[in-house]
Design a protein around this ligand. Structure first.
Ligand code: TIU
Length: 232
């Protein structure tokens, strides 16, 4: 755990300070744990990245996901991707850089970052249950052009446990969007990963700096410890 002090039951040992959450008003938000980012042959690799850097987040997310399922917490998964006709993919996104394959091109896991293709799907280890919410998003943030706000309002959610990939891209963008909308975000440090370890580190520091300017950061052990009393 980040803080060496003994945790108070139900309080997450987080930085910059411990935080107690109202559990029924808390959801687990898992960002973009898709084959396109995690596996060779997908979008992440076409951008020139070493996708093996992301594998470390799977187990911690799996542990928190299990605890969320056991305690009946609302679980929301997101997937970044586009419609087959690319009508929701801005040219600025499709055309940028010099990837080996562009969004919509055929790859080994189907068309790159296109909804319904194998690469767009969530990795088997963290596959959503039918009862869980899956948000398809065309952007980096999970609020932009999605129904996420409606879902959170419907379930009375005020707090988000956030994890997924990548730390400085879709996780950070979503946390910033959530912060502006008034949600408390606790980012699970070992449940996030980046193709660039130094960006992961800085991405987390940016969130918790200045008194938690965007939110709180805690590791999965601290979150799991606090969740033990979530239903008592
Ligand atoms: N490239 C990169 O680091 N991330 C993305 O393109 N999307 C997400 O972070 N999901």
């Amino acid at each position: 755990m980040l803080n060496s002090a003994k945790p108070t039951p139900g309080v997450i040992s987080a930085e910059p300070e411990p935080i107690k959450l109202d559990w029924p008003a808390t959801a687990l938000l898992i960002i973009d744990m898709q084959r396109d980012f995690m596996e060779p042959g997908g979008f992440g690799e076409t951008l020139g990245n070493d996708v093996s850097q992301l594998a470390r987040a799977v187990k911690p997310i799996g542990a928190v996901l299990k605890a969320a399922r056991d305690t009946g917490m609302l679980v929301i998964h997101t997937r970044e991707g586009h419609l087959p006709d690319l009508s929701d993919a801005p040219p600025a996104k499709v055309e940028r850089g010099a990837p080996s394959l562009r969004i919509g091109d055929p790859g080994p896991m189907g068309r790159i970052l296109i909804r319904g293709e194998a690469g767009h799907d969530i990795i088997p280890e963290l596959y959503p249950l039918d009862s869980e919410v899956v948000i398809d998003k065309p952007g980096k943030g999970a609020f932009y052009a999605t129904e996420l706000t409606d879902v959170l309002e419907k379930y009375g959610i005020e707090n988000l446990l956030v994890c997924g990939v990548t730390t400085e891209v879709c996780v950070n963008t979503t946390v910033r969007e959530a912060n502006d909308r008034g949600y408390r975000c606790v980012v699970i440090s070992d449940g996030c990963a980046s193709y660039f370890p130094e960006f992961h580190e800085m991405g987390l520091r940016m969130i918790k700096a200045q008194g938690g300017i965007f939110g709180w950061v805690a590791d999965s052990a601290a979150v799991l410890e606090a969740m033990k009393v979530s239903t008592t």
